[in-house]
Ligand binder design. Structure first.
Ligand code: CO
Ligand code: CO
Ligand code: CO
Length: 348
């Protein structure tokens, strides 16, 4: 198959971040292992965050992350762009600046033309150029399915690390991209998505979280993460559990792709959404007014989703305004941090 005739989503089992190992399985595999202890390891596996952070000096730390996955769109160049934007996103979510990257590639050389690989890497390179990131190397293995992503290193000041772990009572929660990309990728794979929605969602997934991350630096942001494979509620649960607070979400204010709601009602839901729900569903309480399809969307695994930002209530409206005028048009306040019930997410 050449790059002209191929539909990448037909060549793989999973798609994008939905191909992640289920979070419960990962916990079971890592549980009880002897993890490294080092005074300069500021963020490591023991308190898993978007990226690891290692202090080099009093005013410099390295932010390091890796992400790679099988294609969720058919076009190789777009897939490269999306995989790169997704991998860079974890550095932005920590408040860091990505500097260098390495390609990580699995390629089915026996069944796929090398021109496909060239286009994937070209898409990745273009995103890295846009982000001001220098490609320093890479590693390619032959495999039965195409997978692509980046290992990324960035800079951050050790005193200005944004983690998932610092919610404060009264904070507003701001989301910067619509949700539903997992369901839409399922529709693309099934051949149900028309060109319009495919192009719109492809462009959104390929959009860097760089602008949103730069804008939030000017506001009292307490915590941040990016929405990827665990879905909106899975990543929100990581922020909420053990925070000492609860969270209330207004479902009607969460930006969504309307097509994803329609397809969710038809049952086009990726397996990852069910995994996310069984792992984190016990922390979530849905009001009677929240439809089943909206619940499915809230657990839908996202590829290269937006930032979820906890910001001081007095700054929230201005942050959303700055994001929207800065090109992050979907940005919206979706909920707030409340005194209780502790560790619970109430969706109403
Ligand atoms: Co992340
Ligand atoms: Co990630
Ligand atoms: Co973070």
């Amino acid at each position: 198959m050449t790059s002209q005739t191929i539909r990448l989503t037909q060549t793989v089992k999973g798609a994008g971040c939905a191909a992640k190992l289920s979070p419960g399985d990962l916990d079971r595999a890592l549980c009880g292992l002897d993890l490294p202890v080092d005074p300069n390891l500021l963020v490591g596996l023991d308190r898993a965050d978007d990226a690891g952070v290692y202090r080099v000096s009093d005013d410099l730390a390295l932010v390091q992350t890796i992400d790679f996955f099988p294609p969720m769109v058919d076009d190789p160049y777009s897939f490269g762009q999306i995989a790169a934007a997704n991998a860079l996103s974890d550095v932005y979510a920590m408040g860091g600046t990505p500097k260098t990257a390495m390609n990580i590639v699995a390629f089915p050389a026996k069944t796929m033309d090398l021109s496909v690989l060239r286009l994937v890497i070209e898409g990745g390179l273009d995103k890295m150029r846009e982000a001001g990131v220098v490609l320093v190397g890479g590693h390619t293995v032959e495999d039965s399915e195409l997978k692509y992503g980046l290992s990324v290193t960035g800079y951050i000041h050790p005193d200005r690390i944004l983690t998932k772990r610092n919610l404060q009572c009264g904070d507003c929660l701001v989301l910067t991209k619509p949700i539903g990309t997992g369901i839409i990728a399922t529709a693309i794979k099934a051949g149900l998505a028309d060109q319009g929605v495919t192009e719109r969602v492809t462009a959104a997934m390929a959009t860097l979280n760089r602008a949103a991350a730069a804008i939030m630096q000017d506001f009292s942001v307490h915590a941040c993460t990016d929405i990827t494979g665990f879905g909106f509620l899975g990543h929100l649960a990581e922020m909420t559990v053990d925070s000492g607070y609860g969270v209330r979400i207004k479902a009607a204010q969460v930006p969504v792709y309307p097509e994803a709601l329609e397809w969710a009602a038809m049952g086009l839901i990726p397996a990852g959404a069910y995994n996310n729900r069984s792992f984190r569903g016990s922390f979530v309480e849905f009001g009677a007014e929240v439809s089943q399809r909206m619940q499915d969307l809230l657990f839908d695994p996202q590829t290269s989703g937006g930032l979820l930002i906890a910001v001081a209530p007095g700054d929230a409206e201005q942050l959303v305004h700055a994001l929207r005028t800065g090109g992050v048009e979907a940005a919206a306040i979706v909920g707030e941090v409340v005194a209780g019930p502790i560790d619970r997410i109430i969706v109403e």
